[in-house]
Design a protein around this ligand. Structure first.
Ligand code: ZN
Length: 463
């Protein structure tokens, strides 16, 4: 179906620039999957992601024995204090490397008692780096990537026992630090934060503080991703899989307004929140550039009744997603390291797969490099054409001279993923003849001359 649609699309309009990933496992013509020539330097960035760096980071973090949020802070070798000082030194090292534009970033605070998982006040450090944006008109726009460096054992209040947390979530920390290292000399339009957060297992406290701090500073977070548990390739279900990456996103926004609810119900937009669009964006960008990585857009906020740091940002109205390995091993999560009847439990270093985690990092890098370089997104999109055979899309362009055009994403309303991506000159309104709005879903992204796209925006009002 998709291949046929793409063929028809090319035959119908030479001006069209398809940007859709091929279906998993399907061969596709190069023209459908490769970006413009100007994007080639990005492939060099992707190639620079080094599994050995991820392995070294995870090994160091596991070496602290436990990184429980309530664990020892005085020891130089064990506990969360030693771990966070090591992370701060690592961040400083990334910033000090030759040619690096990275700046150390930290967000330290005292978390008040929050029973039952935080019985008394505890100091929490969120620590990492920031890659400053270069477009002065967008000085407050940002992308935020987090992973949690705190860990836990079987008892969530056990702050003393071993809790290696190799996959959950030293793997995510290693991935975002490596993406930061590779992007260090880049000059993105908007700022990118790479932050290792703590307090996740005790109730998302680090990310809640970070999300509120950025909001209080007037930072507009365009997109946020939590990399949580991205290093295991042997599932509890017996499946060995180093290809799949699940991306969880909400369809209905956690911070939806009453007006937003009414519009969503009018449009049937339950599958089209901003977070869902960011998940699709990541799938498109990663699928175009990273081999043997199958990004799966899961139509859920998270795994069933579970959570991660993206939820802290969702509550602040941010498009926030979670990246997690394809097949988790529950016997290696939230377990005391031990052997019972010959079966080993625990989140140990031996089950961290650096090559897979590096592939995840490349997928993230492909999306973040493009999004951070893209022009400003649309803020308003009016859908017209009700009870007519044509669709009309009207939008003011953002104040950004780099906008070279727009990309109209379209799918039939019985489909969950985009089926077409048509490029148009920037000037609107656009009238799409013979396409009945009742039977289709639309979103519009801005695009620059190099093919970098913003996040697509769904209609914000009806004509
Ligand atoms: Zn986790």
């Amino acid at each position: 179906m998709l291949a046929l649609a793409a063929a028809l699309l090319l035959a119908a309009s030479p001006a069209v620039a398809p940007a859709m990933p091929p279906p998993a496992g399907a061969a596709a013509a190069p023209a459908l999957t490769l970006g413009p020539e100007a994007m080639a330097p990005r492939d060099a960035l992707l190639a620079d992601v080094d599994p050995a760096h991820l392995q070294a980071t995870v090994t160091s973090l596991v070496g602290f024995g436990t990184r429980h949020t309530l664990s020892d802070t005085a020891s130089e070798s064990r506990g969360i204090g030693a771990a966070r000082r090591w992370l701060a030194a690592t961040a400083a090292g990334l910033a000090a490397a030759p040619g690096s534009r990275l700046e150390p970033f930290d967000d330290r605070f005292t978390q008040a008692a929050a029973p039952p998982r935080v019985p008394g006040p505890v100091e929490i450090w969120n620590v990492g780096v920031r890659l400053p944006g270069t477009d002065p008109r967008r000085a407050k726009d940002a992308i935020v990537l987090t992973a949690h460096y705190d860990s836990r054992a079987g008892d969530v209040m056990d702050a003393r026992g071993d809790a290696p947390g190799a996959c959950d979530d030293a793997s995510g920390v290693a991935a975002i630090l490596e993406v930061a290292r590779v992007l260090a000399a880049e000059r993105p339009a908007v700022t990118v934060y790479f932050v290792a957060v703590a307090g996740e297992e005790q109730g998302l406290h680090g990310s809640i503080h970070l999300a509120r701090r950025l909001a209080a500073e007037g930072i507009r977070v365009l997109a946020m991703a939590s990399l949580d548990t991205v290093g295991n390739v042997e599932g509890q279900d017996g499946v060995r899989d180093d290809v799949s990456l699940r991306v969880f996103s909400e369809g209905v926004p956690a911070a939806e307004t009453e007006a937003g609810r009414k519009l969503r119900e009018a449009l049937g937009g339950e599958n089209d929140g901003a977070a869902r669009e960011w998940a699709r964006y990541l799938r498109r960008a990663a699928s175009a550039r990273v081999e043997n990585l199958d990004v799966q857009v899961m139509l859920r906020r998270d795994r069933i009744a579970r959570g991660s740091d993206h939820l802290a940002f969702s509550k602040e109205g941010v498009a926030a997603i979670r990246l997690t390995e394809g097949h988790e091993h529950y016997g290696r999560q939230h377990q005391d390291p031990r052997v019972v009847d010959g079966v080993a439990y625990g989140d140990d270093l031996a089950h961290f797969d650096a090559r897979y985690a590096a592939k995840v990092a490349r997928g993230l890098l492909a999306a973040v490099a493009e999004l951070s370089a893209a022009p400003a997104p649309l803020r308003e999109l009016t859908l017209g054409g009700a009870v007519s055979p044509d669709t009309r899309l009207t939008f003011p362009l953002p104040d950004d001279p780099r906008v070279a055009g727009v990309v109209v994403y379209r799918r039939r309303a019985d489909s969950v993923a985009w089926q077409r991506a048509d490029r148009h000159p920037a000037a609107g309104p656009l009238v799409i003849r013979g396409v009945v709005p009742d039977s289709h879903v639309f979103a519009v992204a801005t695009v620059d001359a190099d093919g970098n796209e913003s996040l697509p925006l769904h209609p914000t009002r009806l004509e």
